[in-house]
Design a protein around this ligand. Structure first.
Ligand SMILES: C[S@@+](CC[C@H](N)C(=O)[O-])C[C@H]1O[C@@H](n2cnc3c(N)ncnc32)[C@H](O)[C@@H]1O
Length: 167
């Protein structure tokens, strides 16, 4: 995660806290009203879901075994599994750590937005951010997944996103 930390709406976060607003805005600009149900995989405290629900009227649920999301944010205190993907119009993984691969695999089922943080993709080979993005992109290419790579406007280097699109 980015080394910059800070406070957002009275809550302290590791990494650049403006990421929640940037990602929520990006989701609305990209998918608008074509989506409704969102899985905020590894959503931690749920600030992204809170913004998606309050600002854009989506139905976003945090799925995270920590189960410590902010009051009022819908959350499922479990690990996310690929079998869950078909229920959602969009599966988001914002710095999803151990859930990185299953978010990428969800691209075979539904729309996804993956902003990987650390190398939870290849346990044997160290990968920096660009190498990690390239490996996930290769997985999408190999599986004929339509995707776009976007640099989001918050503190890097963990600000590279891969958005995938199902018809
Ligand atoms: C680096 S934190 C990111 C939290 C939040 N998305 C953010 O940007 O602040 C990673 C989160 O991944 C969650 N996590 C790890 N494995 C998971 C899994 N298999 N399914 C869902 N969440 C998982 C952890 O509990 C942790 O809250």
């Amino acid at each position: 995660m980015s080394t910059k930390s800070g406070t957002y709406k009275g809550h302290r976060f590791h990494g650049d806290p403006i990421r929640f607003e940037v990602v929520a805005n990006f989701i609305f600009e990209t998918w608008k009203r074509d989506i409704k149900y969102i899985a905020d995989v590894a959503g931690g405290r749920g600030m992204l879901s809170r913004l998606l629900n309050k600002k854009f009227n989506y139905e976003s649920t945090v799925i995270d075994p920590r189960g410590y999301s902010l009051v009022g944010v819908s959350n499922i205190k479990e690990e996310y599994h690929l079998e869950d993907a078909s229920y959602y119009d969009l599966v988001v993984g914002l710095h999803p750590d151990q859930a990185t691969r299953v978010v990428a695999e969800s691209a075979l089922v539904t729309n996804t937005l993956l902003i990987p943080c650390c190398n939870f993709w290849n346990k044997t080979t160290p990968l920096n951010t660009n190498e990690l993005i390239n490996e996930i992109s290769k997985y999408y290419d190999d599986n004929n997944v339509k995707y776009e790579k976007i640099t989001l406007n918050f503190s890097g280097p963990k600000n590279i996103a891969l958005a995938t699109f199902r018809n």
